[in-house]
Design a protein around this ligand. Structure first.
Ligand code: NAP
Length: 533
């Protein structure tokens, strides 16, 4: 029996599972394991709180640009979202609430960073920064995708004098109201910050290296009666989820094929740009690449914000930082009280800088010398029983990452059930299958918008997009139906022949997950029906 008295992983080994990271995907994995009856699960979190991105990012204007109803676990719908696009604090509170209600919180070792994980041929030795070494059967890297800040190499940055930080390290207590604030970067983060600060700062100077396409997706508050209705009706909550997923599936279709969806989105972006009346400003804000080639920036307020008299978009390159100012290549000195570096993340670190060593002493750095590659986005040849959440080529565009994590966690649970039942002891993909998988992905990038000529964090170190070039339904199908022939399966000495893996759908349905509405059963299946809709 499980901790919640429902489904058991069945007879066999009680697997010891280490989850690295207590962000959105780590919590998801822990709840899925709890529901599948795995009790020996430990979560390592280097910070002192859950939430990952939503714990770390506390910059002015932070909000999710995916509708809140869709940025929720299917097993924990939240009728309490106050807006269509939730503010960051609310999302952080949601993940914390789920971790609390499910008992996951009690399994997290906070302030403990995993520095290394080594496979010794049978088990994983997990080493933490306090020098402790623990043994596990399975390791799940739930380490996030936009986690390691990219700090620009700008001369004099350390001499600025006032508050200066990367957006993911910005402290909310640093005052920006009534101050002269500089913002470096024009991605989703920079646009959110500039839009928010345009309402409260004395002046905002945005330093732009490249212009970005912005689509004005409207936000709105949810009324109390609507939230009360949602709290009462599981059917309505399911509808809200599916509706938001359906709306955002437009972006998914637009990026992978050149059809009416791409043209519609491009047209809306161009119309949005035309709302800028000043020709010179409009020219500065006009990108040179196609809409959607980079991750599309969503903001209904940005074009209004940059037209306010105290907001300036500077396109001359930053030459250096001096005390209290940024100096640009044209010699101008932009006097500032605070400087926010919205300069993005190293999106290709994945589980690193953890030192992960698989079979025969091969490290993940060795395996990924030519760029990160995984089989099915979740597993790497030579690294048995290591699962990646949000691994290479996960569908991480303008969609919700939550159902992506759910699909990958379900996939990992499918393998762990088989190990627990004694059908096998270890699983890792074959090199051949992984090569074929990645070859197919690369070939099928043709026709996607990501290869139309732009740079962004979507593009891997080898110059190819690390994205999923198909629709989400095929992503879930791929994860639900792993083919044994594509994996190296170590069998227990005493075990019978390995049988085909059970499909996730034919496994016993997961028990009712946590429900913020209080006791009403949320939709049990994985995320596929919603995105198929
Ligand atoms: P980003 O999209 O990578 O943008 C980084 C920006 O910084 C770019 O404009 C880049 O210019 C600029 N930059 C980098 N180094 C620079 C330098 N040395 N000098 C001048 N400019 C420099 O990063 P982000 O805005 O943090 O967004 C990253 C991702 O986070 C988003 O795409 C999105 O997936 C996610 N995000 C999501 C939300 C949400 O609401 N869900 C909110 C924020 C972020 P170039 O374009 O010229 O490289």
């Amino acid at each position: 029996m499980t901790s919640n008295g429902t489904i058991s992983a069945g007879p066999g080994r009680d697997l010891r599972v280490a989850i690295v990271g207590a962000g959105m995907s780590g919590i998801c994995m822990a709840v899925k394991l709890r529901d599948a009856g795995f009790d020996r699960v430990e979560i390592f979190e280097k910070a002192d709180d859950v939430g990952g991105t939503w714990r770390a990012n506390r910059y002015p204007g932070i909000a999710c640009d995916v509708p809140a109803a869709f940025y929720s676990y299917t097993f924990a719908p939240n009728p309490a979202w106050t807006r269509r696009f939730s503010p960051g604090e609310q999302i952080h509170a949601y993940f914390r609430g789920v971790a609390e209600r499910t008992g996951v919180l009690g399994r997290i070792r906070f302030g403990t960073e995993v520095v290394a994980a080594t496979f010794d041929g049978a088990e994983w030795l997990v080493e933490t920064d306090d020098g402790e070494r623990r043994v596990f059967d399975v390791v799940v890297a739930a380490t996030g995708v936009l986690h390691h800040p990219r700090i620009p190499d700008i001369e004099g940055l350390d001499r600025f004098g006032g508050p200066v930080a990367h957006s993911a390290r910005w402290r909310p207590e640093w005052t920006t109201a009534g101050r002269r604030v500089g913002v470096v970067g024009t991605g989703s983060t920079g646009v959110q910050i500039v839009t928010a600060l345009s309402r409260s700062a004395a002046s905002v100077t945005q330093f732009q290296r490249s212009a970005q396409w912005v689509i004005p997706v409207p936000d709105h508050a949810y009324s109390r009666p609507w939230r009360a209705l949602l709290a009462r009706s599981a059917r309505l909550r399911r509808f809200a989820y599916r509706n938001a997923a359906w709306q955002f599936s437009l972006f998914g279709r637009a990026v992978i094929r050149d059809g009416w969806e791409r043209r519609l989105i491009a047209g809306i972006c161009r119309l949005n740009l035309r709302t800028v009346r000043d020709r010179d400003l409009r020219a500065r804000l006009t990108p040179t690449d196609q809409p959607l080639c980079r991750r599309l920036v969503m903001s209904a307020g940005y074009m209004r914000a940059v037209q306010r008299p105290h907001v300036d978009v500077v396109t001359d390159a930053i030459e250096r930082v001096e005390p209290g100012a940024v100096v640009t290549a044209d010699g101008r000195r932009h006097e500032l009280d605070a400087l926010i570096l919205a300069t993005g993340f190293d999106a290709h670190a994945f589980a690193r800088p953890m030192r992960i060593t698989g079979r025969d002493g091969i490290t993940l750095d060795d395996a990924w010398a030519d760029g990160p590659r995984a089989h099915g986005t979740t597993m790497v040849p030579g690294f048995p029983n290591l699962f990646l959440l949000m691994g290479p080529n996960s569908p991480i565009g303008n969609t919700s990452l939550v159902p992506i994590a759910e699909g990958q966690a379900d996939h990992a649970v499918t393998w762990m059930r088989r190990i627990a039942r004694g059908e096998l002891t270890h699983v890792a993909p074959t090199t051949e299958a992984t090569d074929a998988f990645n070859r197919r992905l690369r070939e099928d990038m043709d026709g996607t918008v990501w290869v139309t000529g732009c740079t962004s964090w979507y593009i891997g170190p080898d110059g190819h997009p690390t994205m999923w070039p198909y629709d989400l339904a095929s992503f879930y199908r791929m994860l639900r139906t792993p083919d044994d022939a594509e994996y190296v399966l170590d069998r227990a000495t005493a075990s019978a022949a390995v049988i085909r893996p059970p499909r996730v759908r034919s496994d016993p349905p997961p028990p009712a997950g946590p429900d913020p509405a209080g006791g009403v059963t949320p939709p049990p299946p994985g995320p596929a029906p919603a995105v198929d809709a």
